[in-house]
Design a protein around this ligand. Structure first.
Ligand code: SAH
Length: 349
């Protein structure tokens, strides 16, 4: 059975017309799927009964099922685990902020990048998500919001988005599509560990999205320790690609910098980082690490974090400390899924 969820309007119209239905039914179906987030054809009340039955016989609506959801006490953050038809699971997070509602999307099941501080990579990468599955993450969160709208999407869940390039690009178009989510590219952020050829390719798409680069260290030696990808694409290759990205898109790049106690939070590191970003169109986002039990890294004191921030600012670098959302459910990315996977393994044993 063909999955109707995530199908573009033109394809849907063609299918409907071939079955002798009028073209305008496509828009109605999309309205039910993406604006009203229904789960079955029976709920599509403005379609003739016979048509609903026929659709039901020929199509499925695959938008994942929720396995568990953690709500922060203030209800501003909801972290959910979704399962897809093959049983694979991903995490997605809804963050209600004063400026809008953000959804954090996973792009792969697990991750292969092997970053030493990250929980998503502990069990390796199972597979890429399809564009429709990424869309399902957003629609699921949209449904949680009821009347309010998802206004921002960040591709910062598990996975390396630029290693699932085609599907990610297709997903961006779906987010932007007026018949789907109607979200402006400026409200979409892609976070990458630094896949150089794909950054160059993305630059040529000239989309007005925000590129966020997970830097985490100001020199090759330390970055290679924290992020194995740096052994393949070192800072010497990465920065020319990022500079080209800025040149082609005229967009400022966000640099994510996790602060890990006594590893990359020293004054020398701040100094080196400021030097690296000097004269570059950059925003630094400092993120006190979410400690992952399996990894043994610690979070620096608040004083240390602020000192790092001021060291950067004194050198004229734009920097902010990332506001922490839902500290009470602040299991680091990937931990919810890992725990579930382990539970399943225990159940199977
Ligand atoms: N693969 C992409 C996107 C997923 S990771 C990337 O590397 O950017 C999204 C962000 O979460 C990255 O900046 C990543 O470094 C960060 N992250 C991973 N583990 C973390 C942890 N334990 N604490 C805080 N941030 C973490």
């Amino acid at each position: 059975m063909k999955n109707i969820f995530g199908m573009g309007k033109i394809e849907l119209e063609e299918i409907l017309v071939a079955q002798n239905y009028p073209r305008f039914r496509a828009k109605q179906i999309m309205d039910w799927l993406y604006q009203k987030q229904v789960a079955s054809f029976q709920e599509m009340r403005n379609l003739p009964k016979l048509m609903r039955l026929e659709l039901e016989e020929n199509f499925s609506i695959e938008h994942g099922t929720v396995i568990s959801a953690l709500h922060s006490k203030d209800e501003k953050t909801i972290k959910s685990l979704l399962a897809f038809t093959d049983g694979e699971m991903v995490e997605t997070v809804l963050m209600k902020q004063p400026y809008g509602n953000s959804v954090c999307v996973s792009t792969q099941v697990g991750c292969n990048m092997g970053c030493s501080f990250c929980a998503s990579t502990l069990l390796g990468m199972k597979r890429n998500l399809t564009a429709a599955e990424m869309l399902a993450e957003v629609i699921y969160n949209q449904k949680l919001l009821k009347n309010a709208k998802v206004t921002n999407v960040v591709l910062m869940g598990s996975g390396e988005p630029l290693l699932n390039y085609e599907a990610v690009l297709q997903f961006l178009h779906m987010l932007h599509d007026a018949d789907m989510l109607n979200i402006g590219y400026r409200n979409i952020t892609i976070s990458t560990s630094g896949i150089v050829p794909m950054i160059r390719r993305l630059a040529k798409e000239a989309l007005q999205i925000t590129l966020s680069l997970s830097l985490h260290a100001p020199n090759n030696e330390l970055r290679s320790q924290l992020m194995p990808i740096n052994r393949k694409y070192s800072l010497d290759e990465l920065f020319p690609a990022l500079d080209e990205y800025v040149q082609l898109t005229k967009r400022r790049i966000t640099y994510e910098y996790i602060l890990i106690d006594r590893i990359n939070d020293t004054r020398e590191c701040a100094e080196e980082l400021a030097h690296l970003l000097k004269n570059r169109l950059a925003n630094v986002n400092l993120i006190p690490i979410n400690p992952v039990k399996e990894r043994g890294y610690k979070r620096p004191s608040l004083g240390r974090v602020q000192e790092f921030l001021h060291d950067l600012q004194r050198k004229g670098i734009n920097a902010t400390i990332r506001k922490e959302m839902g500290a009470d459910i602040n299991a680091a990315c990937g931990q919810l899924r890992n725990r579930k996977q382990l539970l399943y393994k225990e159940e199977e044993a």
